[in-house]
Write a protein that binds this ligand. Sequence first.
Ligand code: NAP
Length: 485
Amino acid sequence: MIPSENEIDVVVKRAEAGFQFLQQCNVIERAKLMHTIADEIEAMGTVLIETAHLETALPVGRLEGEKVRTVNQWRMYGDAVRTGLYTEARIDQNLGGQIDLRKYNSGIGPVLVFGASNFPFAFSTAGGDTASALGAGCAVIVKAHPAHVRTSQLMADAIHRGISSYGAPAEIFSHVVSDSFEIGQQLVKHPLVKAVAFTGSFAGGKALFDLGQSRPDPIPVFAEMGSINPVFVLPDYLKNNAETFAKQYIGSLTLGQGQFCTNPGVLIGLSGERFDTLKAYLGAEIQTISAGKMLHQGIADHYIRLKNERVECDGVRILAQGKANVEEGFAQAILVEADAACVLTNPELLEEVFGPFGLVISCADRHEMEVLMSRLAGQISLTFAATEGDMREYQELFTLAQNKCGRLLFQGMPTGVEVKYAMQHGGPFPATTDPRFTSVGPDAIKRFIRPISFQNWPDEFLPKELQNGNPLQIERLVNQQWTKD
Ligand code: NAP
């Protein structure tokens, strides 16, 4: 449905009612609900894949994989909720004349989710933000991404089937479709919305974050806004691996037409014979890459505009290009190169070009490499194509790197984000608006909880997670001791 301005109020009030219901559900009940939704998504047939393929131009194989990932995400987050891990129950019992104090994490309130265009399943309507917010005990309102509205509706229907077969009220999940920024902005400003999750452009994420902060009652806006994910390639590693590395790098750079927030858009090395050899391999490799169709025309236009701006910048040279395709909406891969001195005087070169665009930067020496590292803005990931010998030799670089990103990689490529407990998919601003949290892995649930203490509260009226006898059998800190009492 496309709501009018007044209908927005109705949608959010329904979500508030859904939140009241979820607050009465304990971790076991929420985990069961999440598994039921996972089953419904899994049961969806080819129509989901076909619709998403038509709307996003993403290949069928990739979409099938993303569907499996999405189902697994719901189950994994559900299992995490079931353990009580995010409840963080702490119990200081009344041991003779003292107060009885018990604390746990409750859902923060109705959460507004902006779906991402580049993951129509795993980061959109039924994606990790929705699963983690429901897992935390929050009702969810999804603002559908306009580039895949029909896919979004199919996912919303599956979520509602799951909710209904579990026996929960439909109000815990709402799906809003609109083709204007205004509806999304009204939702962010609505007093009953208590948190926002967003994945997309810097401009969009920052605008929504500012809106959340400017409310009379500011709310957290968790925006994931992408990154250039620099890859540093060091001399000892390069000695034996230039050709293999070039294939790996170009493969990662052009995967999915470069439309990943972990796309390695910048490659940094030390000038010299080894780096020149690498550049030759990189150039040969990118020339084999065919142009691919982008997710939507807006992204394709944005890519072409930024690519042209970079190429026209003084000191930037084209190293090599992929195969061209002049059809509407297609993107040709490109590698450009520049010296670090040029990049340091043109800092916009270190901003994201969303698509198959790579900037190869040559540093005159180690000091220049360290200066470049210190000038980097916050990143989702930083990768080192290095040996352990390089790590000993370039210690300062590794120390600087730790304050710049959410995930550090030793060799390998940053694309391919595993959904695991130890995953950190976030990073200092402008990669995200809050580096303390991740949007991938069960820890994503932490964004949507808030602690509440109960003092001298009668046992019968406490949430089950805090009652005597541990009726849910979850891990708790009782009188300073971890126990399942
Ligand atoms: P987008 O333009 O940021 O839009 C994402 C969602 O946010 C859409 O639903 C959009 O609303 C909404 N939105 C954006 N700006 C808004 C504003 N000022 N007020 C209210 N709502 C706003 O992202 P996109 O369409 O997916 O792609 C555009 C660019 O985003 C890409 O070229 C790329 O640079 C970047 N991107 C980054 C990532 C990442 O992983 N970080 C992923 C995808 C895209 P509407 O529905 O009304 O349009």
